[in-house]
Design a protein around this ligand. Structure first.
Ligand code: GLV
Length: 330
């Protein structure tokens, strides 16, 4: 029996790579950097399954080059804005993602950014390393309290709700916004109050973004909406970079429209070292690592492998993003 041919577009943890290598003829892109487009398109030709990362664009051209035998695209991420899902569905190709397993780990990092920007942790570290720490300073590096403040959560799905849980431990007031209201039982359990965005933003000390990237959320935090925030407010983004207008954010941080920002995701991504955001002391940037705990990346790998292997075997994916593809096939 010939084993299915698959391409894995980067080295992922063994929890995923081992079962794939055992069950398939697998080619793995071993470089630290993603395959350039040409190499990606060459590598996927004739594959039965492809494991992609959020740095790989899956579109018509990609699907054409892979060929009509392609049975599955398994994305190693919960987000799938890099995948043209309707194009996959039209061709009858299920797309998998990795929901659930990274919820708490991502909320941990969002919380880390919130705390770190509020309490000026990165600035303090730079201050010490620069040899500027001469004495205990009564006025040194003061910031706002986190406990007892108001947190606004934009996007109240799994990760947004995990933020609300953390806020409870800090005695915070929690406001949220989403396309629709959460179940009243969830609102009550998490002590969260729904508000339209224009009412939420002016009331918050911290605003944390947890929406998917879509045409509706692209540029959601633009110059106008940043102005709705308090001058003392801190923005945290662990969703997708383009949800915030980067140049509007630079202006807002420079001009005191808001007080600070903690970013795990940026637009563009990666952020060039000479980007204006990186000249600002009140902006903390980390390189899209919200799900990067060892345990969580292992679980994501195992889940992405399970989707890939189910797909090449013609079985239903455990976590498809386009389950309608199965209605279409029957
Ligand atoms: C990471 O950003 C993911 O979507 O899993």
């Amino acid at each position: 029996m010939t084993l299915p041919k698959v391409f894995v577009s980067r080295v992922i943890p063994d929890e995923g790579l081992n079962p794939i290598r055992e069950a398939c003829r697998a080619t793995v892109w071993e470089d630290e950097l993603p395959p350039p487009r040409d190499a990606l398109l060459r590598s996927i030709e004739g594959c039965d399954g492809i494991l992609t990362l959020l740095t790989d664009r899956v579109d018509d051209e990609f699907l054409e080059r892979a060929g009509s035998q392609l049975k599955v695209v398994s994305n190693f991420a919960v987000g799938f804005d890099n995948v043209d899902v309707p194009a996959c569905t039209t061709r009858g190709i299920p797309v998998g993602n990795t929901p659930g397993v990274l919820t708490e780990t991502t909320a941990d990092l969002a919380w880390t950014l919130l705390m770190a920007v509020a309490r000026r942790v990165a600035e303090g570290d730079r201050y010490v390393r620069a040899g500027r720490w001469k004495t205990w300073g009564p006025m040194l590096l003061m910031g706002p309290d986190v406990h007892g403040s108001t947190l606004g959560i934009v996007g109240f799905g799994r990760i947004g709700q995990a933020m609300a849980k953390r806020a409870q431990g800090f005695g915070m007031r929690v406001l949220y916004h989403d396309l629709s209201r959460a179940d009243p039982a969830i609102e009550q359990e998490l002590g969260a109050t729904y508000l339209p965005l224009e009412e939420l933003l002016p009331r918050c000390d911290f605003v944390s973004l947890h929406v998917n990237l879509s045409p509706q959320t692209q540029g959601l935090l633009n110059a106008e909406r940043l102005r709705w925030m308090r001058p003392s407010a801190i923005l945290v983004n662990t969703s997708r970079g383009p949800v915030v207008d980067s140049m509007a954010l630079v202006d807002a941080l420079r001009g005191g429209v808001i007080a600070g920002a903690g970013l795990d995701v940026t637009d563009p991504e990666p952020l060039p070292a000479d980007h204006p955001l990186l000249t600002l002391d009140n902006c903390l940037v980390v390189p899209h690592i919200a799900s990067a705990s060892r345990a969580t990346r292992g679980k994501m790998a195992s889940m992405a492998a399970a989707n890939l292997l189910a797909g090449v075997r013609g079985e239903h994916l455990p976590t498809p993003v386009n389950p309608e593809v199965y209605d279409r096939a029957t």
